[in-house]
Write a protein that binds this ligand. Structure first.
Ligand code: TA6
Length: 293
């Protein structure tokens, strides 16, 4: 399938009717539907679909920088680039790909990228759709340079919710976090589940590997399981910021919540030849379940 700009999109399907759509523009998962055809990711109705801007929604890849504290543009350049499909992907451990339909995308720096970030790397993203409709994203960053480099990373996951006031997050209680609204001041979360009544922009540090996002109205829970991604970003722009964002409808903040598996506080350092792997699996279940926490 091609998008508005003639850029390829790949659609993964499972035998029960679930699907995931991945764009070569940014290596971004732009749609994920369950076996009833319901969209599970948020996409803004005002999203700018013109390359190179990334679409507001889905799961953009933030690399090699998360946020705007650094020398690069906000969230790095990976989400603006055109990735390529690896037609001959390497085999991965059975639990990564067994019974799943998947696609491997690759990103390597262009001459232009090297001017801003002078490090040769290969970023491989495997997007898998399971028999049960689960979505798994596995990223591998390899240092193919002659010197070490470090980076931060996030799966900037826009989840679709019924109404932000009906949503709560479990699994981040008592965690330390940076509040991006207060110039990265460090706080500690109290014992209660997280709920939303105003703008929210936090990075939870060294958090558990399972976090649940409960949507009461839809009786739907997203369970996020992560490996190699110690931090969790939770973001909702709320009304004022939404109005200031050209790519987001004024009231659309109510139907979205970003919960990102990420590496932010302690960037990953790779020596020449080394590889890092970050895995995020999102499962949708009828109720909350993080048995391993
Ligand atoms: O913490 C998430 C965040 O960095 C927010 O500060 C907010 O600015 C947002 O991401 C921007 O994401 P976007 O997809 O609009 O580039």
């Amino acid at each position: 399938v091609k998008d508005w700009n003639g850029i390829d999109q790949i659609v993964l399907r499972n035998p029960h009717g679930a699907s995931a759509r991945v764009s070569l523009h940014g290596g971004q998962v732009i749609s994920w539907r369950n076996d009833r055809g319901e969209e599970l990711l948020f996409n803004s109705s005002k999203a700018n679909v013109k390359a190179p801007k990334p679409m507001q929604g889905g799961i953009p890849i933030c690399f090699p920088q998360f946020g705007s504290c650094g020398s690069l543009e906000q969230h790095g350049f990976a989400r603006k680039k055109i990735w390529i499909v690896d037609q001959d992907p390497p085999s991965l451990p059975a639990n990564d790909s067994k019974g799943k339909s998947f696609i491997d995308l690759l990103l390597k720096p262009s001459e232009e990228d090297l001017k801003f970030w002078p490090h040769s790397f290969e970023l491989r993203l495997r997007v898998c759709l399971g028999m049960d409709g689960n979505l798994t994203l596995i990223s591998r960053v390899r240092n193919i340079d002659g010197k070490p480099f470090s980076f931060s990373f996030a799966y900037h996951s826009y989840l679709s919710v019924s109404d932000i006031s009906e949503v709560r997050i479990e699994g981040l209680e008592t965690m330390d976090y940076f509040d991006n609204l207060c110039h990265k001041e460090r706080f500690t979360e109290q014992g209660d589940a997280i709920t939303f009544e105003s703008e929210f922009d936090r990075v939870y540090l060294s958090s558990p590997n399972c976090v649940a996002v409960l949507d009461h109205e839809r009786k739907r829970t997203y369970v996020l399981r992560k490996e190699g991604l110690p931090d969790v970003v939770v973001w909702n722009p709320w009304d004022k910021k939404s109005k200031a964002m050209a790519d987001l409808g004024d009231d659309e903040y109510r139907q979205m919540l970003c919960v990102d598996g990420a590496v932010i506080e302690k960037p990953i350092s790779l020596k020449p030849g080394e590889e890092w792997k970050g895995r995020l699996e999102i499962v949708v279940v009828p109720s909350s379940f993080c048995s391993e926490n």
